[in-house]
Design a protein around this ligand. Structure first.
Ligand code: HEM
Length: 480
């Protein structure tokens, strides 16, 4: 594209929210304000985030252009911040390998290709017993409870699922025994989006208690992940020597380490150095996202009892009295799948995907975007665009059962194109297996404090990225 074409409009002609918008909105309700702005601008608008000017895309066709032109729109490269304790864990391992989330081109392909097979449906079947076990433990903690805090409990559930499915270790989050790692993990997750430190990275160098605490937490999590990798390699070496190494991987770590030990991998498996940042990325990409989705699912089940009952009848028929769903069962619940898809459409956990930038001066929608312009996909607005969706605000799972399905770029909870979410099938399997068990055991009823929960967005800075409820409580009744 001739980016200097005189026919292009200047970027300044795109409607802007004003320089102070994010900071103003951050003090009030950033998430609610950005959702509102998304619905008011049908194609795109400008937003200022710190020193960066971002182009926020709200139309599905423009999202398609961004996601299918990887030479023009690259992932934002996060500069290495040697002062940041998180840097080693988040981006690079000791041999300098960047994680899959942060790279472009060949570097990205070299990270993603070896892990793709482990996230295919066939491979994920091995993890189903872990999902079922965590679901049982969560539902057990609800025994006799009249009401539950769905947002908090789903967060605990999703963390233990990741611990046990990735590393074969629980964080003790569901049972409330909370391992030391739980506290460190929570601290990192909270502090990594601290707006002060994101805007002024030099603050990481200050000798203050936040930075000391952060270093301690990162050091701990680094040790947990590296310790799990080292222990597993040793175990497998021992098992191989004894001839007892199983062909069936027990968790993701087994899958990523491959069938044998010390077998040359030739790029088919991740390098040993890539494993640690990769496992960490699975936690940060897979935890809040799935937990938020499940919290919203609980909310919509409670709000629409007829939807809940229909899903329950479908599940009861498929399980026919069995306790644990099998991988085949998960493929045989189209209505429940539609409920989950509809929840992800109306309330996409990542609704402001601010991870791209213009690789050079380029064009979008007849507008000249200067090199380096940040690009955000407003998935919250795209998923409800009136050019595509009828009665877009309504929660209506039936729309996913119609023969004519929405096109790929019309519904983007997991994004699309080559960088589509790696863990989409993992998360859907996790959500579906939990909801199948839940529906056979409990009726989910609305809680008076969160009756209007779908407008009750978080008021924290995480609202720049996550469309999460401030709070979702539901009441429970045992199914007779
Ligand atoms: C409801 C749950 C989830 C949602 C809504 C979600 C959404 C997304 C989105 C929007 C992206 C960005 C794609 C892009 O930049 O175009 C992404 C990337 C990614 N997700 Fe997920 N995700 C979920 C669960 C998971 C899980 C469970 C895992 C892993 C266990 C995971 C791993 C990743 C990874 C590794 C990437 C980076 C892919 C790449 O750049 O090649 N996600 N996800």
């Amino acid at each position: 594209m001739a980016a200097t074409s005189a026919a292009l409009r200047a970027f300044d002609s795109v409607p802007s929210l004003g320089k102070t918008f994010v900071f103003w909105a951050a003090r009030s309700k950033l998430c609610a304000a950005l959702m509102q702005k998304g619905s008011e601008h049908p194609r795109m608008f400008r937003m200022h985030i710190g020193p960066q000017t971002a182009c926020v895309v709200t139309h599905p066709e423009l999202a398609r252009a961004v996601l299918t032109r990887p030479k023009d729109f690259i992932k934002m490269e996060v500069p290495r911040n040697t002062a940041s304790a998180l840097d080693t864990l988040l981006q690079r391992s000791k041999d300098g390998t960047a994680s899959v989330l942060m790279t472009n081109g060949q570097d990205w392909a070299a990270q993603r290709k070896p892990v793709d097979p482990a996230f295919e449906k066939q491979a994920l079947r091995n993890l189903l017993p872990k999902f079922n076990d965590c679901s049982d433990r969560l539902l057990e903690t609800w025994r006799g409870a009249d009401e539950v805090d769905a947002k908090q409990d789903m967060s605990r559930f999703a963390l233990d699922v990741l611990g046990s499915a990735m590393l074969g270790q629980s964080f003790g989050a569901i049972d409330g025994t909370f391992s030391e790692s739980y506290e460190h993990y929570k601290y990192i997750m909270l502090e990594q989006t601290n707006p002060l430190y994101l805007t002024f990275p030099f603050m990481e160098r200050l000798p203050n208690s936040r930075n000391r605490r952060m270093r301690e937490a990162v050091h701990h999590m680094h040790g947990v992940l590296q310790g799990a990798i080292d222990a597993r390699v040793q175990l497998r070496r021992d098992q191989q020597a004894a001839g007892t190494l199983s062909d069936e991987p027990q968790d993701m770590l087994d899958m990523l380490l491959g069938p044998g030990v010390d077998v040359p991998t030739d790029g088919v498996l991740p390098t040993e150095g890539a494993l640690l940042p990769m496992l960490w990325i699975f936690f940060i990409a897979g935890h809040d996202t799935t937990a938020i989705s499940l919290a919203w699912q609980m909310y919509y089940l409670a709000k629409y009892p007829e939807v809940q009952q229909k899903a329950r009848e479908e599940v009861q028929q498929v399980l026919a009295g069995r306790k644990d769903p099998t991988a085949e069962d998960l493929d045989n619940v189209p209505y429940l799948s539609a409920v989950i898809n509809e929840g992800l459409r109306v309330r996409p956990p990542i609704y402001n995907l601010y991870t791209r930038q213009a690789a050079h001066d380029t064009e979008l929608d007849g507008v000249l975007l200067p090199k380096g312009t940040g690009i955000s996909l407003h998935i919250g607005a795209i998923n409800k665009h009136p050019d595509v969706w009828g009665e877009a605000e309504d929660f209506n799972p039936e729309r996913f059962l119609k023969e004519k399905q929405p096109r790929v770029f019309h519904n983007l909870p997991f994004s699309a194109g080559p960088r589509r979410c790696l863990g989409d099938k993992f998360s859907l399997m996790e959500q579906k297996s939990l909801l199948m068990k839940l529906l056979t055991q409990y009726k989910v009823l609305p809680h008076e404090s969160t009756l209007e929960g779908d407008k009750n967005f978080t008021s924290t800075m995480t609202g720049l990225i996550f469309l999460q409820p401030e709070d979702i409580k539901v009441r429970l009744q045992a199914v007779q």
